[in-house]
Design a protein around this ligand. Structure first.
Ligand code: ADE
Ligand code: ZN
Length: 315
């Protein structure tokens, strides 16, 4: 079954490049850039990957991203992720990156983008993996900062398919970013947003009605609102669900409580994704395997999930 799941052709639609930074590469980049780390070794760092909620993870994720300094670092990060895609028959990927995590540390936007973009180009040419990059705004920062990021992206407009919204969800509703999403839309960007991961169904309504997104990232809390469920079924709005992430961040205490297959069987266009695979214990295939192990996912369900991911592409 695992080999069969691995061989299924699929797309990944919810992946933070910074979250694919494996501890081994993190240590290698720290050495290359002469950065002292607070962990003695890779095992000690892995040992720190125990989270009670989204914020505890984000604190470590931003700390980890600090080893990324040069264009080559961003290339190596992206290339390592694409190798995983190749090994798991991910034939198309739409990764996020968070420019502000880097520009706020003094790394120029074009350094970050240069490395990522070259790796994605090589991924297409050498590995046959197609992609579309998503520029994600950090929602714990003010909307003004997101406007500045959109401005920095202007000379590279053709590098992106969409804008996104991530980081700390609670207290930072989509409505906070309505103006910058309006601006992005006027410049031809499509849009997605994290909503209903930890936040309430109201945040999903806002993401749909105010940000006018094409896809909901996570969205698992939609199940608490029957009218919202009907809408996402009727309009076939895709949800990029991340099962291992949800259990690692305790959105669900146990994989056996996860609602992805219930949503699938009710007609929601759900997809399987890895979110931050280096931190959550696996890439797309490991997420599929967890659904098989804990929820008894059948081959037919797996096929529908994989087909949904191919259908829900923006690029
Ligand atoms: N940034 C990286 N992973 C994230 C997640 N799961 N939710 C919100 N922001 C994130
Ligand atoms: Zn995410």
């Amino acid at each position: 079954m695992y080999d069969w799941l691995n061989a299924l052709p699929k797309a990944e639609l919810h992946l933070h490049l910074e979250g694919s930074l494996e501890p081994e590469l993190l240590f290698a980049l720290a050495a290359r850039n002469k950065i002292a780390l607070p962990w003695n070794d890779v095992e000690a760092l892995r040992g720190a990957y125990a989270f009670n909620n989204l914020q505890e993870f984000l604190d470590l994720y931003y700390q980890g991203a600090d080893v990324l300094r040069t264009e080559q670092d961003f290339y190596d990060l992206t290339w390592a992720y694409l190798q995983k895609c190749k090994a798991q028959n991910v034939i198309h990927t739409e990764p996020f990156f968070d420019p502000q995590t880097h520009t706020d540390r003094g790394i120029p936007f074009e350094v970050v983008l240069g490395g990522i973009r070259q790796a994605l180009k090589d991924g297409q040419q050498q590995l046959g993996i197609s992609s579309g990059l998503i520029l994600s705004f950090l929602r714990h920062l003010p909307e003004d900062e997101a406007f500045k990021t959109l401005e920095q992206a202007r000379p590279f407009r053709d590098a992106f398919i969409a804008v996104g919204l991530d980081s700390s969800e609670m207290g930072h509703p989509p409505s906070k970013f309505q103006r910058v999403f309006d601006k992005a839309r006027s410049e031809g960007y499509l849009s997605v947003a994290h909503a209903g991961e930890e936040g309430p169904p109201e945040y999903i309504w806002e993401a749909l009605d105010l940000l006018k997104i094409q896809r909901i990232d996570h969205g698992v809390r939609a199940i608490e609102d029957e009218r919202l469920m009907q809408r996402i079924i009727d309009e076939q709005i895709p949800l990029t669900v991340c099962p291992l992430s949800n259990t690692k961040l305790r959105v669900f205490e146990d994989m056996r409580q996860h609602n992805i297959l219930e949503m699938l069987d009710r007609g929601v266009k759900v997809t399987v994704n890895s979110d931050d695979p280096a931190y959550f214990g696996g890439y797309v295939s490991e997420n599929f395997a967890a659904l098989h192990d804990s929820l008894g996912m059948t081959r037919e369900q797996a096929q529908r999930l994989a087909q949904n991911s191919l259908d829900a592409r923006l690029a």
